[in-house]
Design a protein around this ligand. Structure first.
Ligand code: ADP
Length: 465
């Protein structure tokens, strides 16, 4: 099959969270299965153009009031071609990826430009695979165009996080040059505004989210973010497919950022990684249980629970390492905690190399999320033999099992979280048991091998529409 991926983030070109990991690795796994895959994303200011080839120097993109031409550039990700939509006004001159005031127009422009670029390339995919709200208009634009060029093209939409829906005033429909008849509650209207995510869910041939548990959860009021009804209506075309990890990239036997390497049946290198991490971060080099957390610092991630238990945890002699950035109040709180406790190290910012050293050097990984569509942090930590302590929700519930490869708590309370931490610490003191859990975790397979096949099945289902 010919597959085109559309996404706002693709690692290593641009990464904010797990979306980039998926769009940067699933295409390679699909190529390995014999499919022809290409990726398209915006060219942000942070992406240098010197190594990119110019494919189309200028092509017209009809958006807003007139023609807003774009350039099409091409790079690659292994064997997978990556196209960049380059327009200085909408993307090239902006300092950040998300959070611009006109991000509705920015990503609407991207969707229109992507379809126009395909026409100019004379490459009609069998499957247009859109990811999250940023690219969610593309399936609708495809349907509305009724373009014979796309007669055989079907669309699928992946929900990576339902909490971010891309809600904008109705005028965005004009910008997209879509008919105003679509503005009604059974189509793209959502409480008086437009909802990009809703358009993706309704107008794609097949829809999925990134774990089986989350696919069920989002059909309930608790997790549905007011789209549960829309999702229930499409339940026959909605499935959960767990994200895979790129096992070549995330590999403690070869990871270039680590000072020592290790594998499931010989974890001596892991002990060295722990000491090196303690040294790097100025923590006492003692054999205390070391808890790591790497995350966007936002409410979703359960950081209020961690804030509640952190002092008690540190007082009991444990060590805590936090890497992340996000909401100012969490950044401030954790910075302050590090100032007060010599056993706590906090780094605010995005640092992929340090992240690897924390995954390798920690004994435990904390993910007390309120909700978690899939979660990659726990999968990476399992791969690195760092046992996760997670809340039983979404992909965390599908991948971490109490006493098997980690610890799991249900209620979103500091008490329940702390009890799970205590169970983990008890096991830490029972070395034999702890080592056998760690070995088992490292031997589990969360690579793309199973999940890529499930995407192919979904594409086949979309082709039947
Ligand atoms: P989400 O997509 O909600 O942010 P995931 O667990 O699915 O959460 O994916 C997060 C990804 O981003 C992981 O690869 C994690 O290691 C990485 N990450 C998050 N914050 C940072 C940071 N500050 N520095 C480096 N990597 C980070």
């Amino acid at each position: 099959m010919r597959i085109l991926m559309l996404a706002a983030e693709v690692a290593p070109f641009a990464k904010v969270g797990g979306l980039a990991d998926v769009t940067g690795s699933l295409p390679k796994a699909l190529m390995a299965l014999g499919h022809e895959v290409r990726i398209m994303m915006p060219r942000y200011r942070t992406i240098p153009t010197d190594h990119l080839a110019v494919v189309l120097p200028s092509f017209p993109v009809m958006a807003g009031l007139g023609d807003q031409p774009a350039k099409l550039l091409r790079g690659s990700l292994g064997d997978v071609p990556v196209y960049f939509i380059d327009n200085p006004y909408f993307f090239g001159d902006r300092p950040k990826i998300y959070g611009e005031e006109d991000e509705g127009e920015q990503f609407a422009y991207f969707c229109r430009a992507a379809l126009d670029a395909l026409r100019h390339l004379q490459w009609a995919p069998d499957i247009l695979h859109a990811h999250d709200w940023h690219t969610a208009w593309a399936p609708l634009l495809l349907k509305e165009s009724r373009d014979p060029f796309f007669a055989a093209t079907r669309s699928v939409f992946t929900i990576h996080n339902l909490a971010y829906q891309g809600i904008f005033p109705r005028e965005l429909l004009d910008f997209l040059r879509l008919p105003s008849r679509l503005f009604n509650p059974t189509e793209v209207e959502f409480h008086g505004n437009l909802n990009s995510m809703k358009a993706g869910i309704l107008f794609s041939d097949e829809v999925n989210t990134v774990s089986e548990r989350y696919a069920l959860e989002i059909q309930t009021a608790e997790y549905g973010e007011r789209l549960e009804g829309v999702l229930q209506n499409r339940h026959q075309h909605l499935r959960g497919i767990l994200n895979g990890l790129d096992y070549a990239q995330w590999n403690p036997e070869t990871d270039p950022h680590l000072s020592a390497h290790y594998r499931a049946d010989d974890s001596r290198g892991k002990a060295e990684c722990k000491r090196a991490l303690q040294r790097e971060l100025g923590l006492p080099e003692e054999d205390a249980p070391l808890f790591g957390l790497i995350s966007r610092l936002v409410d979703q991630k359960g950081l209020d629970l961690l804030a509640d238990v952190a002092e008690t945890l540190l007082a009991s002699g444990a060590q805590l390492v936090i890497l992340g950035s996000g909401d100012a109040r969490y950044e401030g709180y954790f910075r302050n905690l590090a100032d007060l406790s010599p056993r706590c190290a906090v780094r605010i910012g995005f640092d992929a190399a340090l992240a690897d050293r924390i995954y390798a050097g920690s004994d435990f990984f904390l993910m007390p999320s309120k909700f978690e569509p899939c979660g990659l942090g726990q999968l990476i930590s399992l791969r690195y033999g760092t046992l996760p302590i997670v809340r039983e929700t979404g992909g965390l519930a599908d991948t971490v099992h109490e006493g098997d490869n980690g610890w799991v708590f249900q209620d979103y309370t500091p008490t329940a979280f702390f009890a799970a931490i205590r169970r983990a610490e008890d096991t830490f003191r029972n070395r034999e048991r702890f080592e056998s859990m760690r070995k088992h975790a490292m031997q589990q397979d969360f690579s793309w091998s199973a999940s890529a096949l499930k995407y192919v099945e979904m594409y086949q289902a979309a082709k039947k529409h």
